[in-house]
Design a protein around this ligand. Structure first.
Ligand SMILES: *Cc1c(COP(=O)(O)O)cnc(C)c1O
Length: 367
């Protein structure tokens, strides 16, 4: 079975091999050297002043950002992960104001500015760069710039869990950029990373952090010495070192260009087979198709094409098909997925199969 869900993504063989070595104790010079090297590379990769690595899935890092940066939160909800910001803010008494959008609709900058205008108590804005529920790209850089132009003391927290490693993110106006191991880095789940701005670091240090396990002040103090407060996810850190090394072998710019090229060719191919692209502004991390019969198409893909693509969630559970485009996905995998989808649509009584999907993908990818 080919795993083509937009997280978890399949773990490439070189990464599995890097994680198959004997376990290293985390309180050793050997591990600290690896941890330090990974941290240095990550700071540049995430365009952050500091990075904190947590033994947790992405949600743990989201929670830490809620507890550290908000007194009153503004949350942007255009899908399951935006909704999670609201739930986290409520769970921690951050009294969130929520802006809610259809899952295919990017948040307009003016709505956010208006919300800040009408409530001066809001001191942190929480948003996804890519809202994975509908494969939607929010205009986060533009939103962040506008927020800071209005009031530079408002924290901008960006969930980049399906954006970091997908495209270069301009972090000029972003205070915390979050990612996780099981998306573009193509590692097993359970490691989260937060990239921090100068102001975010100041806040963490001035307050002494919040909470206990996810206390970022305790972590930052330790991680600056290339160690962790609690037991580090050593195996995943070794895996990440291999992944970042592989990205450097390809070249960061080319790695991003390949992702963008697969995505553009994929969109052209989906249009060629008459598939409906779901989001108004598709993120590069995945190809998201709306289809009334999506549940049955996915069943066919699994059973006949050995291909595991993701569905939707909530009301769109049986209406979306989401195909991963993050990480080291080969163009032939996307071409095959679209070809299989074209066959599945024909089998379900839709457009007649003529190979237009794979043909259009190939022509666009290699043009
Ligand atoms: C996967 C994902 C998360 C994190 O989910 P976890 O299950 O905690 O790893 C958060 N936000 C987005 C946008 C995601 O795609």
């Amino acid at each position: 079975m080919i795993l083509m869900t937009p997280g978890p993504t399949p773990v490439p063989e070189f990464a599995r091999a890097a994680m198959a070595t004997p376990t290293i104790h985390h309180r050793t010079a050997e591990f600290e050297a690896i941890f330090g090297a990974v941290r240095d590379r990550l700071k540049k990769f995430m365009r952050a002043k500091e990075v904190i690595i947590l033994a947790s899935t992405g949600t743990g890092a989201m929670e830490a950002c809620v507890t550290h940066f908000a007194t009153k939160a503004l949350t942007i909800n255009a899908g399951k992960f935006g909704e999670r910001w609201t739930k986290l803010a409520k769970a921690h008494g951050k009294n969130p104001t929520e802006l809610k959008y259809d899952w295919n609709t990017p948040a307009p900058v003016n709505d956010i500015l208006a919300a800040l205008e009408s409530d001066s108590a809001i001191d942190a804005v929480f948003i996804q760069i890519c809202e994975s529920a509908g494969g939607l790209r929010h205009p986060v850089e533009e939103i962040a710039r506008a927020i800071k132009a209005k009031n530079e003391r408002i924290f901008v927290i960006a969930d980049g869990i399906t954006a970091v490693g997908v495209e270069p993110i301009d972090t000029t106006h972003i205070d915390a950029l979050i990612t996780g191991s099981q998306k573009a880095f193509m590692l097993p789940p359970a490691m989260a990373i937060i990239g921090l701005s100068e102001r975010a670091i100041e806040r963490i240090e001035a307050t002494g952090g919040a909470g206990y396990y996810f206390n970022l002040a305790i972590e930052l103090k330790n991680q600056r010495k290339n160690t962790t407060a609690w037991t580090a996810p050593t195996t995943l850190v070794q895996g990440l070192q291999a992944v970042l090394g592989e990205i450097d072998k390809i070249g960061e710019e080319k790695f991003y260009a390949l992702t963008a090229k697969r995505h553009a060719a994929g969109i052209a191919a989906l249009n060629a087979i008459g598939a409906k692209i779901y989001p108004q502004k598709p993120a590069l991390s995945m190809l998201t198709v709306y289809h009334e019969d999506a549940a049955n198409l996915r069943k066919w893909l699994k059973k006949e094409a050995d291909l595991n693509a993701a569905g939707g969630q909530d009301d769109l559970k049986d209406k979306l098909i989401r195909i991963n485009n993050m990480g080291f996905v080969a163009p032939q995998e996307i071409a095959w997925a679209i070809n299989a989808l074209e066959i599945a649509i024909a089998k379900a009584g839709g457009r007649k199969y003529d190979g237009a999907g794979v043909k259009t993908f190939t022509e666009n990818y290699y043009k």
